[in-house]
Ligand binder design. Structure first.
Ligand code: GLY
Ligand code: MN
Ligand code: MN
Length: 363
């Protein structure tokens, strides 16, 4: 079991530096990270001396199983969460309390502020998220597991792919195989873009069939033991379009350049730039309009971000995607996405689904 008390201790240190007496954690993923509780609609009130999870009847048994020993406050039937939160904040006696600006609703902020005039509520940003950026050994193992599940699932889908299958059917089959291999679910609705639909970086699923084009872009991932994977491959399902081979080789070189730049101390925007330069030099800079990558962990999009204007440095223990792409409206898109661990000496590519162009061609 992860050492949640240690995580909360590190957060308390950040709270002290921020000059607040505690934090009302309203982001459910942050609650999970700090307690192990995986339900929703529950908040954690963390102060220098205490941690209490505010929840309701539905989760009583789950709380006992997932976070034994943690103080829990179950609100009475008919008591709103905002009332329960106000009572807990009043009882903790903090005069300055941090709140999570990115997840707390304006409604809750106003209700607490109105009910507790004596408490100053201080908006904070990314306090827990910055702890979550650096993964420990168990978290890295869980990400490896999520990658292995996703890769096994795509291997099955790839081997059984037929021209009649639609984008929606491929997505369902991926989900099915992810569960079969021990995952709990997809880490997001898979993106399956046949031919020109691959030009939409986040295409929604349609009834287009695999046989309607010569290639398909698949962006998928699994949730294993809470932690996620996020991968993208292009599969050539028909005749090899010469243009595809050319675009693919540019994107693959860009990905290799981005991955090669990953090491502790590397500036995030420089990693983005290393990959972007390959695509720009090939004349497709305007067709790569998103960042190079993002952190993965309990969520599929978390800190850090590999993108322009990100002047922070990578640190050992971060796990990021590297996913350059070229999108040509009306023709299609190529994105290649892998999951990379920043190690103490450089990096390790955690994902291993074959990515050379020849590997993408279905025999
Ligand atoms: N699957 C969404 C992304 O690659 O960021
Ligand atoms: Mn993805
Ligand atoms: Mn991604």
């Amino acid at each position: 079991m992860p050492d949640f008390e240690r995580r909360r201790g590190r957060l308390r240190h950040l709270l002290q530096k921020a000059g607040v007496g505690g934090l009302l954690v309203t982001n459910s993923t942050n609650v999970t990270y700090l307690t192990g509780f995986t339900g929703d609609d529950s908040y954690l009130l963390l102060t220098a001396g205490d941690a209490v999870l505010l929840s309701d009847f539905r989760f009583v048994e789950q709380l006992e199983q997932e976070c034994p020993g943690l103080d829990v406050s179950i609100r009475k039937l008919g008591t709103e969460m905002s009332e329960a939160a106000a009572a807990a904040v009043r009882a903790c006696k903090a005069s300055r309390l941090g709140v999570e600006a990115a997840s707390m609703s304006v409604d809750l902020f106003l209700r607490l502020s109105e009910n507790l005039a004596e408490v100053e509520f201080v908006p904070t940003k990314h306090l827990v998220e910055q702890l979550r950026e650096i993964k420990d050994r168990d978290e890295i193992a869980a990400i490896r597991e999520a990658i292995a599940i996703a890769e096994r699932a795509l291997a099955v889908v790839r081997a059984s792919l037929t021209p009649e299958q639609t984008e929606k059917e491929i997505a369902s089959e991926l989900e099915n195989q992810i569960r079969r291999f021990g995952g709990s679910r997809c880490s997001f609705t898979p993106i399956v873009g046949v031919g020109p639909r691959g030009a939409l970086p986040h295409a929604t699923l349609s009834d287009r069939r695999m046989g309607e084009s010569d290639f398909v872009l698949i962006d998928w991932g699994a949730v294993g033991s809470l932690y996620v994977s996020d991968l993208t491959r292009v599969l050539v399902t028909g005749k090899i379009p010469p243009k595809l081979e050319k675009i693919y080789s540019i994107v693959l070189r860009a990905q290799q350049a981005g991955i090669a730049a990953i090491k502790p101390g590397a500036v995030m925007q420089d990693v983005d730039a290393a990959a972007r330069k390959v695509i720009e030099d090939a004349g497709y800079g305007k067709r790569f309009g998103h960042g190079l990558g993002h952190g993965i962990g309990l969520q599929v999009h978390e800190l850090p971000r590999l993108a322009a204007n990100q002047q922070r440095e990578l640190k050992a223990g971060m796990v990021v995607t590297v996913e350059p792409g070229i999108y040509l409206p009306g023709w299609g898109g190529v994105r290649i996405e892998d999951d990379i661990l920043v190690t103490r000496t450089g990096h390790e590519v955690l994902s291993s689904f074959p990515r050379e162009f020849a590997d993408c061609v279905l025999k």
